[in-house]
Structures are given as C-alpha cells and as structure tokens.
Design a binder for this molecule. Structure first.
Ligand SMILES: Nc1ncnc2c1ncn2[C@@H]1O[C@H](COP(=O)(O)OP(=O)(O)O)[C@@H](O)[C@H]1O
Ligand SMILES: [Mg+2]
Length: 565
C-alpha cells in the first residue's frame, strides 16, 4: 500500500455555459496540474487526469462511466463509497435507477478481471455501496506512454495495407503536410478513385505526430451511418450515450491531440459535417481527415479532389513507355497477381494503354479489368470496355460490397441522389464528350431553357463526383466518365426516356455539337444492343426512328433495347 495519502479527486468544471452540465474531467484536489499522477494496482496503471487505463502496457477498453466509477473508488481506497455518491458522480444532474450503477460496476469488474483467479479488487457492501480493496500505489513521477504499436510507438488502429500504393507519392507528401497544418482535410472523388488508399497512406505518414494517436473510423461499416458520434466513440473506447453522444464526445476530445480519419462519409455527409464542425470548434487538438464522394462543406475544410492515376496516351505502342505510368503499373501488378508472371509486350502495350485511358485511371475499374485477363486476352478486355458494366464485375470477395463491381460502385452513388438529380444524370448520359451548361439545359430541362434548378442539379452532381468539370476558354465544361456514362445511359433506357431525349438532340438544328453527341450516344446505345437487334436497327443510313421502349428480354439486365436508328 502506498505511503502517500489516498487520492482526493474533485470535479474540475472547466467548461462554462452550455457544456457545464456535461460530466467534467476529474483532477486531483490541490494538484490541478498533476497530469503525471499514476495510480497502480495489480497489473493495472491508471492516469486519472488522462482517463487512461493500461493493463500490462495495453489499453483497457472501458466505458467512460465505468471509468468514472473506478476513479471515484480510487479516491478513497479501502473506504466505503456510497451508491448515491457514485450515482451523483457518474450521472450529475440526472436521475438514474440504481440498476444502472450495477450494470457499470459489472462492466468494470469484467474489465479488471475482478473475481478471476482469486483476484479481489472491489467488494459490494449490500444496500450501501462499494469499497476498492486491492493494494494501491500512487506516484506522480510517471508520464503516461501509449503502448508501442507498429507505427513508432504511437497508438493507432490503421488497417494494414495488403497491396502497395502505386503513384500518388506527391499527393501523399502534400496532404501529410497539410493535415498537420490545417485541421480539416477531405479527400474527395468518385467511388474507386483511391480516396481510402490515399487517406490510409497519409494517416500512416503522420501517425506519430499526434500524442493521443491516429484513429481510423470506417463509416461504411456502421449499421446506422447517421450515428457518427457513436462510431467515433466506439472506436476510441468511449462509452456511448445515444442521447448526448455528440456533446459527450466533444467533451472527451477537448484536451486530446489526435487525428481522426473518417472514411466513407458520403452516405452520412450531414451528420459527419455536424460532428466535424463541433469537434473543430471545441477540441483544438483534434484534426480530421475525411474521405467522401462529396465535400463535407464545413468551415475550414480543405479539399483534395482526387483525379485518376496518370495513364499513357491512347494507342501507346511502347511497353517500356507505357510501364512508366501508374495506371499501367497498377494494371500490370493486378494482372500478374491473377495469372502469375505477366510481362507487357509491345504488342499488348497499345491495348493496355487504351484500357487505362478509357477508364481514365480509375483504380477500382483498372483492378476489375485486370481480373478479367485470367479469362480474356488483353485485346478482348480492351474491346469489352464498350460495355463496362458487364465487363467490370469480378471484385475481391473480401472487398466491400460497393466495390465488387463497377455497377455496385455507381449504385452506391446513384442511391444517394435525389429523384431530380437522378433524372438530370441519366439525361446527361447522351453526351459522350464535353458539354456546356447550355447544352445540358437544352437536353435536360423540360422548358428547354437554362433554368436555375437544372444548374443546381448539375452543380450537385459535380459536387458528388458524378460529373467532372473544368474550364475551357473561360466557359465551364462538363463530362461524364466512361463508366458513369454507361451506367446513366442504362438508367435512361430503363426510364423509357431515351427516345424523347434523343429527339431533343436531333431536333435542335442549331446545335451541331449536340448532334455529334447524339451520334456517339446512339453508337454507345447500339453497342449495348444484342448483335441481331443491332443488325436490324442499323441497316441502312442514319435514320432516326422514335420508338417506344421495348420490354427487355429476361437475362438481358442492363441492356438498352430500343430500335432507334
Ligand atoms: N494508388 C493506388 N495504388 C494501388 N492500388 C490502389 C490505388 N488507389 C486505389 N487502389 C485500389 O483501388 C481500389 C479502390 O480504391 P479505394 O481507395 O477503395 O477507392 P475509394 O476509397 O475512392 O472508393 C482498392 O482496391 C484500392 O486498393
Ligand atoms: Mg473508400
């Protein structure tokens, strides 16, 4: 037993105003700066100030209420601490049934192994309270140190990478510097572009910079994606209180120095934005790196829009040259992983360059294309990209469901759109090249004028990474990627609007560019039609024959069956 006087811990209410009712951190009476105070019992070390409990140098995951109880009992080791006092300490200003105390005492006992192997740490005095009976020593000469893990002695839960990151070195270096400087950084881009891969590389790079660790929170893995505070709390081992989870979390993080990596935010973007705004405002040591198909739009957020991996020019016939591009490197590595050794020949270089080019360096699509090489030749894979939804289907069994096929990746984004946005996206699929807002308005708007709602929807689709945008000769220009266009075109066919939208293109005599786009749209549509149907419908010159959408035969999911030319 320590020769020191028992700990005397008092509430130190450091929060004013709105947060004053929250459970305050506990500090030692008379020693408000005793951050180094360490309490030892058995194989456990507790730093009350840091609310950190280790057993044999490993963190013990204990709910915050159970931890409050432990700290309260350790204020007066050996003495009886009444039930009412414990309840008042743990649930200040809240009425709770004594059964709640029992639940958290049980959790505490389980975590401490109380009663196991003859261990006796706390005992119940029936009807009165609890007594901490194990020997306790107190010291203030130790600094808390997080257990060693794979990243230079720092606490983290970053998933191990199973494959290496190809290319992206400059971005990782830049973002690593940026997340240390700016507190909120969001990596944005379409599904499969490599947001998670880049965020993981950045997090590993900077993990040692945060005293309280770097914590990875996969929001796609949550049952209720809106409960972002609950997701963060459970990863950090804080107890969850659905009623006040955000305020409790903010309080718990207030004096922490930590990087939170929030992966896959797009399906809970508003809830994530609320959490990030509250954390940034109230917990100055917390930095947030997020990945999302659309920005969080919070104050102070820095954006990194991720483009595809660099690809060689189409038809690049030199293997030696093509190999220097990260998109090709990725294709070759994944192909080799699937079929064993694979050396790129000059003969195949052009087809591989075309694959990477057509897929615009989208890593997920490149991986899915590479997996086809086990059953198809490189040239056949390149040709098969005319119908990317059908070709790009062989994902990793162990990957997330939304990355099993390119269709699943697009379904995930499409499912997050409003009805209006879905209409605009599918109508825009008739453009296989760039288009302007005026072009879009002529095709999309029912009034054939560039009215505001249409502009808003296009802007939203750009924000959600479904439309790429750029500026050409001071005019904003827009474009759908090859896979998004194929997907949206399929939706247009399914909606029964294809003929009407095609007519809008061809009826507009003042728009040669749109007529050109109509031709490519219809070529794309034709390429997705069964061969015999294609023969029937394309015999003879270029004729526009509006027709009613035909019913798709069974087994032809995802195909357009309109006799349109
Ligand atoms: N630069 C890269 N090097 C190697 N593989 C990559 C790279 N970028 C992405 N990938 C792979 O592509 C797939 C999709 O990447 P991911 O990071 O999950 O995309 P996102 O998070 O944008 O949806 C994953 O299998 C990932 O490992
Ligand atoms: Mg991701």
């Amino acid at each position: 037993m320590s020769s020191k006087p028992p700990l005397s811990i008092v509430h130190h209410n450091r929060l004013a105003g709105e947060d004053a009712d929250l459970r305050a951190p506990l500090v030692l009476a008379g020693e408000p700066h005793s951050a180094a105070t360490l309490v030892r019992f058995g194989s456990f070390c507790l730093w009350p100030m840091q609310r950190l409990l280790l057993q044999d140098n490993q963190p013990v995951h204990l709910g915050s209420r159970a931890l409050d109880i432990l700290i309260a009992l350790l204020e007066r080791p050996g003495a009886l601490v009444g039930k009412d006092e414990l309840i008042a300490r743990v649930w200040p200003k809240t009425f709770v049934e004594p059964a709640n105390l029992t639940v958290h005492i049980s959790a505490l006992r389980r975590a401490l192994g109380d009663g196991r192997d003859g261990n006796r740490l706390l005992i119940n005095i029936p009807g009165r309270g609890y007594r901490f009976v194990a020997p306790v020593t107190v010291s203030d000469q130790f600094k808390p140190s997080f257990p060693e893990t794979s990243v230079a002695g720092q606490c983290h839960n970053l998933p191990a990478r199973l494959t290496r990151l190809i290319g992206r070195r400059d971005i990782v270096v830049r973002l690593s510097a940026q997340i240390i400087r700016d507190r909120s950084l969001t990596v944005v881009g379409p599904g499969g572009i490599g947001k998670t891969a880049v965020a993981l590389a950045v997090a590993r790079e900077v993990a040692t910079s945060y005293t309280d660790g770097t914590w990875w929170i996969d929001l796609a893995a949550r049952g209720n994606p809106q409960d972002v505070a609950g997701a963060v709390a459970s990863v950090l081992g804080f107890e969850r209180d659905p009623e006040k989870s955000l305020t409790n979390l903010v309080t718990a993080l207030r004096d922490k120095e930590m990087l939170l990596v929030l992966d896959t935010c797009e399906h809970a973007v508003a809830a994530v934005a609320d959490l990030v705004a509250a954390v940034l405002r109230n917990a100055p040591g917390i930095h947030v790196l997020a990945t999302s198909r659309e920005p969080l739009c919070t104050e102070g957020e820095q954006l990194c829009r991720l483009a595809g991996l660099e690809s060689p020019p189409a038809h690049c016939a030199s293997a030696e040259r093509a190999r220097r591009f990260p998109a090709v490197e990725l294709f070759l590595e994944r192909t080799a992983a699937g079929i064993g050794e694979f050396a790129l020949s000059d003969a195949d270089a052009a087809a591989v360059s075309d694959i990477c080019n057509t897929l615009e360096g989208l890593p997920l699509a490149i991986e899915l294309a590479a997996r086809r090489v086990s059953s198809l030749s490189i040239a056949a894979v390149a040709a098969g990209l005319k119908d990317p939804l059908r070709l790009l289907t062989a994902g990793y069994r162990t990957g997330p469901a939304r990355q099993q096929t390119i269709r699943a990746a697009l379904d995930w984004s499409h499912g997050l759109l409003t009805d209006k946005q879905q209409v605009v996206l599918r109508r825009l699929s008739v453009f296989s090249g760039e288009f302007s807002l005026q072009d879009a308005a002529a095709i999309v708007s029912d009034q054939a004028r560039p009215d505001c709602p249409m502009v808003d929807e296009v802007t939203e689709l750009v924000s959600k990474s479904l439309i790429a945008s750029g500026v050409s000769e001071t005019q904003p220009r827009f474009r759908l990627s090859h896979v998004t266009q194929a997907y949206a075109l399929e939706k247009l066919g399914e909606s029964g609007e294809l003929d009407a939208i095609a007519r809008r293109l061809t009826d507009d005599s003042k728009a040669p560019m749109r007529r050109a786009a109509a031709v490519s749209m219809l070529n794309a549509a034709l390429s997705a039609i069964e061969p015999e149907e294609k023969e029937r419908s394309s015999g003879g010159g270029l004729r526009f024959i509006p027709s009613k959408p035909s019913r798709r035969p069974a087994g032809s999911k995802g195909k357009l069956h309109h006799a349109i030319w």
